[in-house]
Design a protein around this ligand. Structure first.
Ligand code: 4AD
Ligand code: MG
Length: 430
């Protein structure tokens, strides 16, 4: 008999004989009748095991089997409006492939902390499964779109020697007696690669030693970054809005079942370009009207971004931040050198920043000056400066946080739900 999946059974006609391999999500015993909710990677199916219809051994196994035990079930498909999904499997035989040795620890009513302490088992829940499917689809959609636009995927190192995004959030480690760090961003390597490949992207983990216990910070996150030669800030924003739209569309098209499981309504038109573009100074004004005062020069934190992004229905770009608020590599605006030609993309509805990027300084002397102004050692950035010595061109790039984006799209209570095994200041296990 051919092995089928739950998803296939839901579309099958009455009377089909099938074999399923899965896990016991739950079991209810009513005298001579046992109902098992059988779970596999595609869904949950009710299996009715009736004394007399199955052999006695199968019936005893069904009566005794533990939650989350692995089982092989043969049976006949029956339409039954009372069953979830309208279909039930009438069991003919049941074998235990791998029993549960103890009571499965995850039960209704256990707290979030307990769930994340048992994340290795929590992953079996239909909701977590759905989130991971959405994540895969989101990433696939991004890769496809970038490839179609002529970007080449590159892979960059994780061990580095100097900060990209400021020294405060570097994880330091011992590298055979030398000091090394875990990367915060592969941007500088991408900047080196554009001189041959012109348009590149990477998808790999970035690390931030941030003690911030917010709903949007991880210490390790997946970073989708891209860099383009001969591209200015305006070109960059067009790429970002079209990419985000493609990602949202991809999830909408490919994850209807998952979105249903999660109870999420995703309307791709809310991510349709063009996105509003406002300057930092305008953002300050909006915040001030809402009673939130930010002094010129400060970057926005989670609180400010929450207030600001509640004012928008679509993702929106905030551009031209004061240079004090952002990293040294941002190009300064020739018309007002107190601000950078940078942009953050903020997700609406209180979620805030999901993308950070902008146009880079491509002039050697200006870059050297900014490095010195920031009190950094030009020696640490020698190879990065070198890139400005040989055929330097205007160029721009960005980084998008994968977990941040999922957090926003699925309206998750905390970013950690978007990661298989999240890493936060308080969580390094499992
Ligand atoms: O704004 P960030 O720090 O920008 C950079 O790292 C640039 N070098 C990227 C580039 O231009 N190539 O980070 C980019 C994005 C943020 O917008 C956010 O989505 C995500 O990375 N991010 C985090 N996600 C989860 N936890 C954290 N601690 C994050 N820090 C940044
Ligand atoms: Mg940022």
């Amino acid at each position: 008999m051919k092995k089928v999946f739950v998803e296939d059974v839901l579309g099958m006609g009455e009377g089909s004989e099938v074999e399923l391999l899965g896990w016991v999500r739950s079991r209810r015993v009513h005298g001579g009748l046992v109902f098992i909710d059988l779970r596999d990677s595609t869904g949950v199916l009710q299996v009715a095991v009736k004394r007399g219809v199955v052999d006695d051994e199968s019936f005893e196994r069904a009566r005794e089997v533990g939650r989350e035990a692995a089982v092989k079930v043969r049976g006949v498909v029956r339409k039954d409006p009372r069953a979830p999904g309208g279909v039930e499997l009438q069991c003919r035989s049941l074998e235990v492939v791998g029993d549960s040795l103890d009571e499965f620890p995850i039960r209704k009513g256990v707290g979030v902390r307990f769930l994340f302490d048992h994340r290795h088992l929590h992953l079996r829940s239909p909701k977590v499964t759905a989130i991971m499917r959405v994540r895969a689809r989101l990433v696939e959609s991004a890769r496809r779109w970038l490839r179609e636009q002529g970007f080449t995927e590159i892979h960059c190192p994780t061990f580095i020697t100097a900060a990209v995004e400021g020294g405060a959030t570097l994880f330091k480690l011992d590298y055979f007696g030398k000091t090394a760090y875990l990367t915060q961003s592969v941007q500088f390597y991408q900047e080196a690669a554009i001189y041959s490949l012109e348009k590149v992207y990477s998808l790999q983990p970035s690390f931030r030693a941030e003690m911030s216990r917010t709903r949007r910070h991880l210490t390790e996150f997946w970073h989708l970054e891209a860099e383009m030669a001969y591209a200015e800030l305006e070109d960059l924003m067009e790429v970002v809005e079209n990419l985000v739209h493609a990602m949202v569309r991809g999830v909408h098209e490919g994850c209807q079942r998952e979105l249903r499981v999660l109870g999420v309504e995703l309307d791709p038109s809310m991510a349709e370009p063009p996105y509003p573009r406002i300057k930092y100074s305008e953002a300050l004004q909006i915040l001030s009207n809402k009673g939130v005062e930010v002094s010129w020069g400060d970057d926005f934190g989670a609180d400010e971004e929450r207030v600001l992004s509640k004012e928008f229905e679509k993702p929106f770009f905030v551009t031209h931040y004061p240079k004090e608020a952002k990293a040294f590599y941002h190009m300064l605006d020739p018309e007002d050198p107190s601000v950078c030609r940078n942009t953050d993309l903020l997700a609406p509805g209180g979620y805030g920043e999901i993308v950070g990027g902008g146009q880079r300084i491509h002039d050697y002397h200006q870059l050297l000056k900014r490095i010195e102004e920031e009190g950094l050692d030009p020696k640490d950035y020698e190879w990065y400066l070198d890139l400005r010595k040989y055929g330097s061109v205007p160029h721009s790039g960005f980084g998008l946080g994968i977990e941040r984006t999922i957090w926003w799209l699925l309206k998750l209570p905390h970013i950690r739900h978007a990661a298989l095994f999240p890493r936060t200041p308080a969580r390094l296990y499992p």
